[in-house]
Design a protein around this ligand. Structure first.
Ligand code: NAD
Length: 393
């Protein structure tokens, strides 16, 4: 673990008045047998650069994880997301461990300033070779191109430098549609005519709707941060996608009923797809869902209590780190120089296989799918760790 810092009067004061155990508890309080293996703080006062990298676990191979940029990121958030990447990469059977990096700052700052910060962070982490940068909230393909230019390793790159534009192609939505199909034998409905509702009609949600509609499902409602559009007879998925591409909201769609943003939770359907924010389904909102299947496109859309409630009430939840792994599988393929077709084939194969295995074990053992998925994934990480001399580094 390395901590680099420059001296400012406030920093000196904080350091001198902080309790002696501060550093230990702040970094190690979330450590367990899987990680984190390494935490790097980066501080470069000349450009006001503050960043953190958490490499959680590298037993399976170099860790892939996104760089998140926001004013309110934190070490704990970074560590939680790094662990989520360990689980997601292991669940997808990728030869990659999990990590995450965060950069403090407004991602909408002037481009030159943002480029300076991202290039600075990349340079500072040049020698942490077990970490491969990817895009996340607040960073995009251009940011990854700057990182690649500095240190030669990043995924989620522009097409011109070998990238596969996963959001444009809908890699995660593609994977989610296969997760739903693979779950159908465990449901009491078929895809033809199944009603689907999408919360968050963005890159993940709109592509999932597109792929599922092509297989016969009907989109009856879609929401975004502005509100919900609802039509029990079915909405035009391509029309809504074109509207969103113009920067408009789903509530600008000329047909259908316009409802509040959170009314999307109450609408009857067979397939409910959360593809927006974390924790949208909690103990309060779970009883409002009128669906049979929740296909988790967003990361952590349901609290553990809500997921337990849904399990007890016969609603099947496909866990996020299994069902939404399409993006990272695509990134791992890009890292190896693979193309789009091979990436999409791999997403289909891996996600279908994992959903089948998780649901079979969940039903056999009478546990929620997430519990079965956690067990499967943790065992994979531990098996990879068993081949190493040191458990974590
Ligand atoms: P996006 O920005 O393209 O789309 C998000 C959509 O959600 C937007 O239309 C936005 O208006 C809407 N939204 C925001 N807050 C909302 C709210 N409270 N209620 C309803 N809608 C709301 O983002 P995305 O790439 O589609 O990612 C969506 C989620 O999926 C995120 O949680 C992300 O972390 C997760 N995820 C994305 C990928 C990927 O490949 N992009 C992979 C795995 C997980």
């Amino acid at each position: 673990m390395s901590v680099e810092s420059g001296d400012t009067r406030a920093a000196v004061l904080r350091r001198e008045t902080a309790p002696r155990e501060y550093e230990m508890t702040s970094i190690f309080e979330f450590a367990d047998h899987l990680g984190p293996a390494k935490v790097v703080h980066v501080w470069e006062p000349s450009i006001e650069l503050r960043g953190v990298l958490v490499v959680d676990n590298v037993a399976a191979g170099p860790a892939i994880g996104g760089l998140r940029m926001a004013p309110d990121v934190s070490l704990v958030e970074c560590a939680r997301l790094a662990r989520a990447m360990t689980l997601k990469n292991a669940a997808a059977g990728l030869p990659h461990g999990g990590a995450k990096s965060v950069l403090y700052g407004d991602p909408k700052m002037p481009r030159e300033q943002k480029e300076r910060l991202i290039r600075g962070l990349a340079c500072a982490l040049r020698d942490v070779r077990e970490y491969v940068f990817g895009p996340d909230m607040g960073t995009d393909e251009a940011c990854m191109a700057w990182v690649k230019d500095e240190i030669g390793r990043a995924i989620g790159l522009p097409r011109e430098v070998g990238g596969i534009p996963l959001d444009e192609l809908g890699a995660t939505g593609w994977g989610l549609s296969h997760a739903v199909e693979a779950a159908l034998p465990y449901c009491t409905f078929g895809l033809a005519g199944a009603r689907m509702v999408v919360q968050g009609f963005g890159a993940v949600g709109s592509h999932a709707a597109r792929f599922l509609a092509a297989k016969g499902a009907t989109l009856v409602a879609a929401s975004d941060s502005q509100g919900t559009v609802y039509d029990p007879l079915g909405l035009d998925v391509e029309g809504l996608r074109a509207l969103k591409a113009q920067g408009k909201s789903v509530v600008d769609w000329p047909a259908g009923e316009k409802l509040d943003r959170d009314a999307v939770i109450d609408l009857a359907c067979e397939i409910w797809i959360p593809a927006a924010r974390p924790d949208v389904i909690d103990e309060r909102t779970a009883p409002r869902l009128r669906t049979r299947l929740v296909a988790q496109g967003a990361n952590l859309p349901c609290t553990p209590e809500a997921e337990q409630y849904l399990h007890e009430h016969g609603v099947l939840c496909l866990p996020d780190f299994i069902a939404n792994a399409g993006g990272v599988i695509c990134g791992a393929m890009e890292y190896r120089g693979g193309g789009e077709t091979a990436a999409f084939d791999m997403i289909r194969e891996k996600i279908r296989h994992n959903i089948e295995q998780v649901l079979t074990e969940a039903i056999r053992d009478g546990v929620p799918p997430r519990a079965a998925a956690m067990r499967l994934t943790t065992e994979r990480v531990q098996r990879a760790m068993s081949y190493r001399r040191w458990r974590l580094f």
